[in-house]
Design a protein around this ligand. Structure first.
Ligand code: PBG
Length: 325
């Protein structure tokens, strides 16, 4: 039979396929999350995140130099707060000599060009493991927002380039922008976790930081995964309040949301390929049930194809190694 169109023509060789590929991963796409602990020369594997580590500041700096040499331009810092420093108000989060503040200074001293992003939320610092202040078993919005604004200024003072509020309180982007302006930090960016869902896929991360909620869950602030339109509402509000970059989180179960957000805003969109998504691939690969490298490339390419301009992923280093080689 005569065929006018033969779609397989453009699939017949690796060269042709790469010429017409619509989505290509590059090192510029990735944000590498890093877990920081107190101590010296500490590199400890996270049990539920095989091949991923918590590191002391000295080892983190070495690691960040390696990431930079590979072409990765951005890191996102999370600190593991000591139990004895935790309280309900996350006071330690504001300590100018706290772990994260020291880590920011050390990284920016060693590598001024690296874009340092910091997580802004109270959970690692909270005795309750919640992202906000708890009163009568409730996570109270406005008092939390005040602390988040101070925390953002503290990170900016230490040298953070971009603060990344991951708490999902109402109005925090506006409050953070105002606080940064009032303190003279007119060059500090805000990457807002705008559409952050209450997800089971954060499980391994909470092991990494020992930050699981002590009571209840996070459903009164993180979004219901049944909802799509709400993600657009949240994102548009964050842009209006002053977010420079918005985020959808998690990534792979939310590709529809990433695309819809991408079509709705005129700021860069990031997606967080979270700890549980990492752990699933690692576990299946360990069992011999998936080819890890192929699973990593297919996952990250699909997230970019969905519309993510940036991807926070624990596979950042591996992905660069795979695409480079
Ligand atoms: C803290 C925070 C979480 C993650 C990023 N920032 C955990 C949570 O909200 O419970 C999850 C990241 C991951 O799972 O990789 N607010």
């Amino acid at each position: 039979m005569y065929q006018q169109r033969r779609n397989r023509i453009l699939r017949q060789s690796p060269a042709i396929r790469s010429m017409v590929a619509e989505t290509v991963l590059t090192p510029n796409d990735f944000i590498a999350p890093l877990f920081i602990v107190e101590g010296e020369n500490v590199t400890e594997e996270i049990a539920s995140m095989s091949g991923y580590f918590r590191m002391s500041i000295d080892n983190t700096v070495k690691d960040v130099k390696e990431l930079w040499s590979m072409g990765i331009k951005s890191v996102l810092l999370f600190g593991k707060c000591k139990d004895e420093l935790k309280d309900n108000k996350g006071t330690e989060a504001l300590n100018p000599d706290g772990l994260i503040q020291r880590a920011i200074r050390a990284i920016k001293n060693a590598l001024p060009e690296m874009v340092v992003m910091t997580d802004v939320a109270l959970d690692p610092f909270s005795t309750f493991g919640h992202d906000g202040i708890v009163e009568n078993n409730e996570i109270v919005n406005d008092p939390t927002v005040e602390v988040l604004a101070l925390m953002s200024v503290s990170h900016a003072q230490a040298g953070a380039d971009i603060v990344a509020p991951s708490d999902m309180m109402d109005g925090r982007i506006f409050a953070i922008r105002q606080a940064l302006e009032q303190s003279g930090f007119t060059k500090t960016g805000i990457m807002s976790y705008s559409a952050k869902y209450a997800s089971c896929f954060y499980g391994p991360f909470r092991d990494a930081l020992d930050s699981a909620p002590g009571f209840g869950d996070k459903k009164t602030y993180q979004m219901n995964y049944a909802n799509r339109i709400e993600a657009i509402k949240e994102t548009l509000m964050d842009v209006e309040e002053g977010a420079d970059i918005v985020m959808v989180k998690p990534a792979m179960a939310y590709l529809d949301i990433i695309r819809e957000v991408k079509n709705s805003v005129h700021v860069p969109v990031s997606a967080y390929h979270v700890s549980g998504e990492y752990a699933m691939i690692k576990a299946a690969a360990k069992m011999g049930w998936l080819d890890e490298e192929k699973a990593v490339l297919e996952s990250l390419t699909s997230i970019k194809r969905a519309g993510a301009d940036l991807i926070a992923t624990y596979f950042a280093r591996d992905a660069v190694r795979i695409i480079g080689g």
